[in-house]
Design a binder for this molecule. Structure first.
Ligand SMILES: NC(=O)c1ccc[n+]([C@@H]2O[C@H](COP(=O)([O-])OP(=O)(O)OC[C@H]3O[C@@H](n4cnc5c(N)ncnc54)[C@H](OP(=O)(O)O)[C@@H]3O)[C@@H](O)[C@H]2O)c1
Length: 337
């Protein structure tokens, strides 16, 4: 086993779009577990949009990422040594291990991963936090009925691609919005979305949506916010439901953006617009996980991963994800153990 643990630290708080210089690679010794702890050799780490918000100094729903500390984040790996009675050497585990090659854990927030069920990387995607987000946002917040029209923005990403497929499974007509022609082909041809468009190739979002949603929009699963969302609301049907999952179009703005004033539409169309955070549903993960796994095994739920190689590529992978270079879940492979 290697003796060096490479880690990525947050070196500076980004202003606007993050820069490579906001991060720093550090090296230290591979830590040894104390009594009640175990050592994890990381296989894959996750880069996620929420990390951008935590790089700001202000607290939102979670504490900010501390400067000069290992970037926090989900990762999956193998227990290499254990002095914890509940975790044995050789087991696979997923937890908030951070952007590093090795991590020490006391088991807090750690879940065991069954590598026979699906590749372990899925514990960071379709069978992990993004999959659970899609499940609860779609089924609990939007609660679509068969035959309704569901629009998903960020539709070819980890959350959006899953949310759209769950809406299809529920018998809805699903329209996706994403920023690349390859993404549009994937969600239309492989995932079975009924219609989709590339917002980077389409100047008139409202007109395009109107054409693709002739019966109006009953549910909107919003991953992005901004101008796309401004175009969706006027097409919402009375009694429509909007799940505010993410607002990635706004995460890198260095000054607040004023968009359309949408609340009159919320009023007159009697819309339900609800933000949600996946961990609010922690006590129901046990309901969602087996269902997601079953759909996956039945081939009704498909997923894709974009995998960067090596800890040195964690920052480029994160920045690339913010620019839309990922199809499906963006991961970083740390080791193939
Ligand atoms: N509420 C929760 O508990 C929760 C949990 C997980 C994630 N989220 C949110 O869900 C959203 C999706 O997360 P994810 O992990 O699945 O990421 P993802 O969709 O796999 O990756 C992010 C995608 O955002 C799109 N994007 C970037 N800038 C954009 C812009 N200005 N306008 C429109 N799209 C833009 C890019 O795709 P394009 O090529 O299509 O632009 C990019 O691929 C994020 O907003 C995230 O914060 C919320």
């Amino acid at each position: 086993m290697a003796t060096t643990n490479k880690q990525i630290l947050l070196a500076a708080r980004p202003t606007g779009f993050p820069q490579p210089t906001d991060f720093r690679l550090a090296e230290g010794p591979v830590p040894e577990p104390a009594a009640g702890e175990f050592l994890v050799g990381i296989s894959y780490l996750s880069v996620d949009p929420y990390m951008r918000g935590r790089m700001n100094a202000a607290r939102s729903y979670a504490d900010p990422q501390k400067l000069d500390e290992v970037m926090g984040g989900g990762a999956v790996g193998k227990v290499l040594a254990s002095r914890h009675p509940g975790f044995a050497e050789g087991e696979f585990v997923v937890g908030m291990f951070g952007w590093q090659q090795y991590a020490i854990s006391d088991g807090g927030g750690v879940v065991k991963v069954d590598p026979r069920l699906a590749p372990i990387s899925t514990s960071l995607g379709v069978l992990g936090m993004p999959g659970l987000t899609a499940y609860f946002g779609l089924l609990d917040v939007c609660a679509p009925r068969p035959g309704e029209t569901v629009v998903v923005s960020g539709a070819a990403g980890a959350v959006g691609s899953t949310a759209g497929q769950i809406a299809r499974i529920r018998g809805c007509r699903v329209v996706g919005i994403a920023g690349d022609d390859h993404k549009i082909r994937w969600i239309r041809e492989d995932l079975g979305f009924d219609a989709a468009f590339n917002y980077k190739a389409e100047a008139r979002f409202f007109e395009k949506l109107k054409e693709l949603c002739p019966a109006g929009i009953d549910c909107y699963f919003d991953n992005v916010g901004g101008a796309i969302t401004d175009a969706v609301f006027p097409l919402m049907n009375p009694g429509g439901r909007v799940a505010i999952c993410g607002q990635i179009a706004l995460y890198n703005l260095d000054k607040p953006d004023t968009g359309a004033r949408l609340l009159p539409l919320v009023l007159v169309r009697t819309l339900k617009v609800q933000g949600f955070l996946v961990f609010q549903y922690a006590d129901r993960y046990g309901e969602a996980f087996p269902q997601l796994a079953r759909w996956l095994q039945e081939g009704r739920l498909k997923y894709r991963e974009t995998v960067a190689e090596g800890i040195e590529n964690a920052v480029p992978a994160f920045l690339g994800m913010l620019r839309g270079e990922n199809i499906g879940k963006q991961l970083v492979r740390i080791s193939s153990r």
